[in-house]
Design a protein around this ligand. Sequence first.
Ligand code: NAP
Length: 304
Amino acid sequence: MAKLISGVKISAEIKNEIKEEVKELIRVKGVRPGLGVILVGEDPASKVYVANKQKGCEEVGFLSETARMPADSTEEQVLNQIRLYQERDDIHGLLVQLPLPQHINKNKILYAISPDKDVDGFHPVNIGRLVAQQEGFIPATPAGVIEMLKREKIEIKGKNATMVGHSEIVGKPCALLLLNEWATVTICHIETKDLKSHTRDADILVVAVGKPKLISADMVKDEAVVIDIGINRITKDMADEKLLEWRKEDFEKKGSTLVGDVDFQEVESRASAITPVPGGVGPMTIAMLLKNTLQSAKRYAGIR
Ligand code: NAP
């Protein structure tokens, strides 16, 4: 059976480290890290993500503020809110929760955030810094993947890594980070002809697509390390017998459960290590966002 890589455990360790650094930063420099979040509209998943970010901030002793804006806010109003946060000395990181309502140009909003407060790392300047291996903000989910591998002492250098999914915010930066750690990286997407041939070649397989059971056991190399980024909510009517039994408690309590893109029950017996969903990459994302915000506050305080 594969070793379970617990994002819950690793993220708790990281948050404890951040908490200690925050105390020190306040004591020595009088600076408390601050995160400003902009939430436009009423998307239920976004509300949960924002609430979790706020909770994370409280846990480590950050200042956190959320500007909740109605779904019909104009682009100009959102840009104004960005400016307000940007001008403040007590807000060291700011982010706009995605997705945005259709009438708002996502890129226009994301590019308005100063790269030096862009703790999501989505600004092209920060993506460029990642490519050039210069100091900048790295998107939290991919950063969490690498942090997990490192803390689990999983060697990346020289390994074949396959990244399934090439989104700007997850797949591409994750592939770049693996490359920067000297893995030989293959990136797969919707036009990839024979996905299995690439996934089977991977010593480290990372999946970020959003399709349950995309990766079955026959697509995984023996003893591979499998990192499942996907998050899919499965309601009772969508679930098969096996899942209904496995996640019985969830279905009874909430009527649904969360799964990743990997058929966990099958793949678990083939891999050497695997992340669960939930409790894998998800909690790491928040921890790395907090780490980025701390990094920004330290830079503001003159600490490198
Ligand atoms: P996205 O923008 O929809 O990207 C999905 C990617 O998968 C695209 O690159 C797409 O390729 C590719 N793809 C689709 N079908 C495929 C197939 N059959 N074979 C190979 N590639 C395929 O989504 P995202 O933002 O990257 O998120 C991906 C998943 O991760 C989602 O489930 C999301 O909820 C989850 N996520 C989790 C966290 C976390 O904290 N754990 C954070 C962010 C996202 P094309 O573009 O060519 O269609």
